[in-house]
Design a protein around this ligand. Structure first.
Ligand code: MN
Length: 281
């Protein structure tokens, strides 16, 4: 079985988004920093309310999916479809913008720690204009499975250690794992050879593959193609995400919250949004 190696390291860059939420962006910090079909990964993590209190007031999306996964804190999602979702520690939301959604994500706390991730996953052309869909995933819906050599894995999407997560059956076949390893711990996982994959360490650091290349904290590590992935917690207890999916292989034209295949489709999205037609089916 061919093994996956660490191919490229994308250190998270400090930036802000929404109405002034401080965050660290790895994938998506530039148009070349993408791993098809993954467009963006943001980590938000702060004990200072000034970094998060402004939240993400109502804004649109078209053409892709957004996944928010909370480690700490409390946010409220509301959208034009009338969905209200409480985002609690250990929970997630999986939102398929499709042809259009207008939503907000606002902090429900005035102090304490807010920490989590937002991932953007592209949709193939055939699905970019499908109706919007929102899924609220409560913390207890995400399986937490002990690993044989210590630590644990939480399975948001796809399957690991023989256990299926709540998100299944999407055309990009995403895998979304949150792994915790003790110092010196090891995690092995087999991936479909042609799927894109990357790691994101958010506590500690990892060594990856047979050549033991080091992936530092707060960095995305893009993996080579292959099947067998083996990582070690190199310098103390480590927590990381493993994300993988089937590449789409289509042209990408992005303008802010709209991700389409052509410039004309972006102009259409902007025109639809200005004329309150973005979300109409
Ligand atoms: Mn959004």
């Amino acid at each position: 079985m061919s093994t996956r190696q660490l191919q490229q390291i994308i250190p998270g860059a400090q930036t802000s988004d929404g109405a002034g939420v401080s965050l660290r962006r790895s994938l998506g910090q530039s148009q070349s920093a993408r791993v098809d079909p993954f467009l963006m990964l943001d980590e938000f993590s702060s004990d200072d309310p000034d970094d998060y209190i402004a939240g993400f007031p109502p804004h649109p999306h078209r053409g892709f999916e957004t996944v928010t996964y909370m480690l700490d804190g409390h946010m409220l999602h509301e959208d034009h479809l009338g969905n209200r979702g409480d985002l609690l520690p250990g929970g997630a939301q999986w939102m398929t913008a499709g042809r259009g959604i207008i939503h907000s994500e606002m902090p429900q706390q005035e102090s304490g720690r807010m920490r989590g991730f937002q991932l953007w996953i592209n949709l193939p052309a055939a699905e970019k204009m499908k109706p919007a869909l929102y899924r609220d995933i409560r913390p207890e819906e995400i399986p937490t499975v002990p690993l044989p050599a210590g630590g644990e894995v939480r399975i948001v999407a796809g399957s690991a250690v023989g256990v299926a997560g709540p998100i299944q059956g999407l055309s990009t076949e995403p895998l979304y794992l949150d792994v915790r390893l003790p110092d010196g711990g090891r995690f092995d996982h087999t991936l479909p050879a042609g799927h894109s994959a990357f790691l994101y360490t958010y506590e500690g650091s990892l060594t990856v593959g047979e050549d033991l290349r080091q992936l530092p904290a707060q960095s995305a590590g893009v993996l080579s193609s292959g099947e067998a992935l083996s990582v070690h917690a190199a310098s103390g207890p480590t927590r990381f995400l493993l994300l993988a999916a089937k590449p789409i292989g289509e042209p990408i034209v992005q303008y802010g919250p709209f991700v389409m295949n052509t410039r004309a489709e972006i102009e259409q999205a902007m025109d639809d949004y200005r004329n309150n037609r973005l979300t109409e089916g």
